[in-house]
Design a protein. Structure first.
Length: 427
């Protein structure tokens, strides 16, 4: 048995997680394939009456509730949920269709005050919020795995290393807007929440053993209390390959094509990339084609594209070419905060030295604590501190600066001493 398998076996023994009593872990620590939910695949809830029954059942359940959501990224416009999976002691598992039940606020209210268990919570919370489900407290099993020092923190890897089960992950990238959903997909979805409670309990005990449980609670509270992200300003500037576009007229072409594509994608409810690729947008911006014939010769506008489509893209290019200088987009605004670190040596050698020393100190501490550097303290926080350090370098001023940048109390407690030492040595 490998060290990793021994660790997993120890965790299963000490936490009580893992297989039911009637299941025997195979010799050699090989994971057990998890093929069927304990109570079978639950029926898909797609109407008000069935939803009311689920709400009542989960309100009467006990303990935390496992929650997951499936989206149709790459297929549909936006990031809405197309299936919601839940599991709770006393209620079993439920699969809810948000297309048939677009308002799940009654379920969210029934679970108010209950701890929600999610894996990579920040990915699912926005789409759950859209349908009325907002947790008041949560446990993120992916983040818990990071804090506990697991090298692989995907759900399948965590379930295997901690609980000894192998999850089938073949349907993670399918089009979840498909109706009706195939039975193998529903089985996969139900299994995603089958062991989340067991995983949560095992990770809680492991974090407590390492003295990191309070750290995790602070991280979870920060996620649960975070407001929704504001709409992104000028989202067209995030077009892949935008760094090639230098001139303002070319930027205008990117903007017109991006906005035209977005309107079409939203109207058709398809992923924008299926309407027109980012690479094609950049090609047109760089070439500034004179007519449809020239446009059709560019990569991304070939023979498969009909004349009507070519006309609409050419119209967007022409609009950008006709704009007066005063209406052309300006180069991207300078991001708030310090410049890119690669320029520090030229702009401020002392700051570059501080950053190098701070990074070395944080890296050593993260290794000692057995967790990723970015979870110990965000790289942006370290950069800001090093670019504009307090005039007086001591534990109080550094801690105050870190708090102002959003660091949690546990992070401040851990990194302040090493940062003060590193920055003082450079000063």
């Amino acid at each position: 048995m490998t060290d990793a398998q021994e660790t997993a076996a120890d965790l299963r023994t000490t936490t009580g997680g893992g297989p039911p009593d009637d299941v025997v872990v195979p010799p050699g620590g090989l994971p057990i394939p998890l093929l069927e939910p304990r109570e079978g695949i639950p029926p898909v809830v797609a109407d008000a009456d069935a939803l009311a029954e689920v709400v009542a059942a989960f309100a009467a359940g006990t303990g935390p509730v496992a929650v997951d959501a499936e989206r149709a990224s790459g297929y549909r416009y936006g990031q809405r949920a197309y299936l919601v999976q839940l599991r709770r002691e006393g209620a079993g598992s439920a699969l809810i269709d948000p297309v048939g039940c677009p308002d799940l606020s009654s379920l969210g209210e029934a679970l108010s005050g209950t701890e929600w268990i999610l894996h990579a919570a920040t990915q699912d919370l926005p789409c759950l919020r859209e349908i009325g489900m907002v947790p008041t407290s949560l446990f993120d099993t992916e983040l818990a795995g990071r804090l506990a020092g697991f090298p692989r923190v995907g759900l399948g890897a965590m379930v295997e290393s901690v609980l000894g089960y192998a999850l089938e992950k073949g349907h993670s990238a399918v089009d979840w807007s498909t109706r009706p959903l195939p039975e193998p997909w529903l089985r996969y979805a139900a299994l995603d929440v089958e062991l989340l409670v067991d995983l949560r309990d095992a990770l809680e005990k492991e974090l407590d053993r390492q003295g990191k449980l309070e750290w995790a609670h602070q991280e979870f509270d920060a996620i649960a209390s975070a407001p929704p992200a504001p709409p992104r300003k000028d989202p067209w500037r995030r077009t892949s390959g935008m760094h090639k576009v230098r001139r303002r007229r070319q930027m205008a072409v990117v903007r017109e094509l991006w906005e035209s594509r977005d309107r079409i994608a939203q109207r058709r409810d398809v992923s924008p990339g299926k309407v027109l690729g980012d690479a094609a947008i950049v090609e047109a911006a760089l070439a500034l084609p004179a007519n449809v014939h020239t446009l059709s010769a560019l990569p991304g506008y070939g023979q498969r594209m009909g004349r009507r489509q070519l006309d609409q893209w050419m119209a967007a290019v022409d609009r950008a070419k006709a704009l007066p200088e005063s209406e052309l987009p300006q180069p991207g605004a300078t991001p708030a905060g310090p410049p890119p670190p690669r320029s520090w040596v030229d702009k401020d050698p002392a700051a570059a030295a501080r950053l190098s020393a701070a990074r070395t100190a944080v890296s050593a501490l993260a290794e000692a604590l057995n967790l990723p550097q970015e979870n110990l303290i965000t790289p942006d926080t370290v950069r800001r501190l090093c670019w504009e350090p307090p005039q007086r370098l001591d534990a109080d001023t550094v801690a105050q600066a870190l708090a102002g940048y959003g660091a949690r109390a546990w992070q401040i407690e851990q990194v302040t001493p090493v940062l003060v030492t590193a920055l003082t040595a450079i000063a």
